[in-house]
Write a protein that binds this ligand. Structure first.
Ligand code: SAH
Length: 203
């Protein structure tokens, strides 16, 4: 997976490649799909949700520009896979999921794998988690029409928000970097995510 799907494309950050090599993805997919855990595609995980394609997880992590001191907010915990990858590189990850059942399953899975630097939360991630802000990176695994204001506010200066922006069908992976004077955007490719369900995004 790392060689063919990531390094052969544009994932060059060695910390990202190492994290993707060390987290056992099969622990995050439903038992009947385990033989497809390393396939080059997203997989269904129940509740109409998916675990993202490995390449997209790696790309979002690379675009987040993390170092080992980074404080990260992960919106849309799902299975907890993205949180586990972020936690390999960053200092601490706060992860928020709106479906309590998914959040609790992810929390148990991360604990079983011995991941200690992730805090699991249930709630509307479009509102962020102001208690632990500001964040050096905010990674959103669900699509929004525009960047939620709360997430921009909770970004540190020089912090990066990585979020799919567009309509329900198709989005552009967007990186918003906060500078001392404002926000700069760049695009990192077309993508397709489930909607961010919130009064601040898709209701
Ligand atoms: N990062 C996940 C994949 C997430 S799929 C993984 O690695 O497995 C997107 C997730 O976002 C879904 O679980 C969905 O329930 C959640 N979600 C959607 N809207 C949300 C919101 N407003 N706040 C928190 N989570 C949300």
């Amino acid at each position: 997976m790392v060689r063919r799907q990531l390094a052969a494309r544009d994932i060059k950050d060695r910390r990202v490649l190492a994290a993707m090599a060390s987290v056992p993805r099969e622990c995050f997919v439903p038992p009947h799909l385990r033989d497809q855990a390393y396939a080059d595609s997203p997989l269904p995980v129940g509740h109409d949700q998916t675990i993202s394609q490995p390449y997209i997880v790696a790309l979002m992590t690379q675009e987040a520009g993390l170092d080992r001191h980074a404080r990260v907010l992960d919106v849309g915990t799902g299975t907890g896979y993205q949180a586990a990858i972020l936690a390999k590189i960053a200092h601490h990850v706060w992860t928020i999921e709106r479906i309590a059942e998914l959040a609790h399953a992810a929390e148990a899975r991360l604990a079983n794998l011995g991941v200690r630097n992730v805090t699991s939360l249930v709630g509307d991630g479009a509102m962020g988690h102001p208690e632990a802000a500001p964040y050096d990176a905010i990674v959103v695994a669900a699509a929004a029409p525009e960047p939620p204001t709360a997430l921009l506010e909770q970004l540190a200066v020089q912090g990066r928000l990585v979020i799919p922006l567009g309509d329900r069908a198709l989005q552009e992976l967007t990186v918003v970097e906060r500078t001392a004077t404002g926000f700069h955007h760049h695009m990192a490719g077309a993508c397709r995510f489930v909607p961010l369900v919130s009064s601040e995004a898709f209701s």
